[in-house]
Design a protein around this ligand. Structure first.
Ligand code: NAP
Ligand code: GDD
Length: 323
């Protein structure tokens, strides 16, 4: 019999790629969709899977809607990807971020405990929890020191996941994912902001690109590779937490260089620094060690940063040409 999966955050970047993967594996996929006044299904359409997902109305802030979603989906696996996920916004809406990104995790865990305690639970934890890094390469044993209200909320979400595993024997895992991007990344995140600008500048529709701190470094991978790791974590004999990363770090500056040079431009001619885009506290560098995932899950990143950026620039050029 086919398995059922419930995905919160199904309209986001990872929700769309994970839905596609699970559909390919024969799952019946249910997606929790929060009520929005404008279209939020464009990513599902982009991947050609909109009609195959069973959408359930609900919100991580509303426990009863999560209980109903559990009952209606009869999910064997729950992937909690829903969050206020933009770090910069978390200083402007710290309480909202704490509620959705932090306490929302407990809502989902409670809905599972009350309806089907055997369901397996994936929590979208993050490298942002390392923040002011304590070790130059971060793994599952590296201490955390979050640097944003988002990171603090995610740390709560991570520990409540561990706590339900230890308290109630819930099959609950925390995937500590480093930054991952794709052509359907939100436009506010730096990679997509850059690839969209490269397309517009190349096609003569935008003169400059304004960025904040371009000397920070991130361990960037492709979202399509990373959702595979989420699924693998829930197929193991016992629940555990895993770092998912490429093991390489690159500055925002170098990422710009890769993107602009792909279309024959020099980023220095177009990128301007806007101090207003600097963050109140910054995560200067992230670099993950995915060795445990390689050994236990047989997972490793397949797509290089160069391949990823080219994929994103090409998709943005097509979009801008069509618009
Ligand atoms: P994303 O594109 O920003 O998607 C976030 C999703 O959460 C959207 O579907 C959004 O719905 C939904 N959501 C927001 N508030 C909600 C609420 N109150 N109730 C239910 N759903 C709500 O994020 P992503 O990049 O796919 O990331 C997926 C998850 O992984 C997030 O939890 C993120 O924090 C985490 N993560 C991401 C990365 C990364 O590099 N991408 C790395 C580590 C961890 P709407 O579309 O309706 O707003
Ligand atoms: N967004 C953005 N916009 N970032 C900029 C800009 C800009 O104009 N200029 C410089 N940056 C720098 C940020 O200060 C940060 O150091 C880096 O680019 C990456 O920023 P984002 O792409 O916004 O991602 P993030 O690292 O803050 O957070 C993402 O990754 C986390 C995992 O480490 C998000 O996806 C989080 O949800 C995720 O948990």
């Amino acid at each position: 019999m086919n398995k059922q999966a419930l995905i919160t955050g199904v309209t986001g970047q990872d929700g769309a790629y994970l839905s596609k993967l699970l559909l390919e594996k024969g799952y019946e996929v249910f997606g929790l969709v929060a009520r929005r006044s404008s279209d939020s299904l464009w990513r599902l359409r982009y991947l050609g899977i909109e009609q195959q997902i069973k959408l359930l109305e609900g919100d991580l802030l509303d426990l009863s809607s999560l209980i109903r979603a559990m009952e209606e989906s009869e999910a064997d696996e729950v992937y909690n990807l829903g969050a206020q996920s933009f770090v910069a916004t978390s200083w402007k809406q710290p309480i909202f971020t704490a509620q959705v990104t932090g306490v929302g995790v407990t809502h989902m865990l409670e809905a599972i405990r009350l309806t089907n305690p055997k369901a397996r639970f994936y929590q979208a934890s993050t490298s942002e929890m390392y923040g002011l890094i304590k070790e130059s390469v971060q793994d599952e044993n590296t201490p955390f020191h979050p640097r944003s209200p988002y990171g603090v909320a995610k740390l709560y979400g991570h520990w409540i996941t561990v706590n339900y595993r230890e308290s109630f024997d819930t099959f609950a895992v925390g995937g500590i994912l480093f930054n991952h991007e794709s052509p359907i990344r939100g436009i506010e995140f730096v990679t997509r902001k850059v690839t969209d600008a490269v397309a517009r500048i190349k096609l003569g529709k935008q003169p400059k690109l304004y960025l904040g701190n371009i000397d920070t470094k991130r361990d960037w991978g492709f979202a399509g590779d990373y959702v595979e790791a989420m699924w693998l974590m829930l197929q193991q004999d016992r629940p555990d937490d895993y770092v998912i990363a490429t093991g390489k770090t690159t500055s925002v500056r170098n990422m710009c260089e890769i993107a602009f040079s792909y279309v024959g431009l020099n980023y220095q001619d177009y990128v301007e620094i806007d101090p207003a885009l600097y963050r109140p506290a910054e995560v200067e560098i992230l670099l993950g060690n995915p060795a445990k995932a390689k050994v236990n899950l047989g997972w490793e990143a397949k797509t290089t940063l160069e391949e990823l950026i080219v994929m994103m620039v090409e998709a943005d050029i097509k979009r801008v040409e069509k618009a």
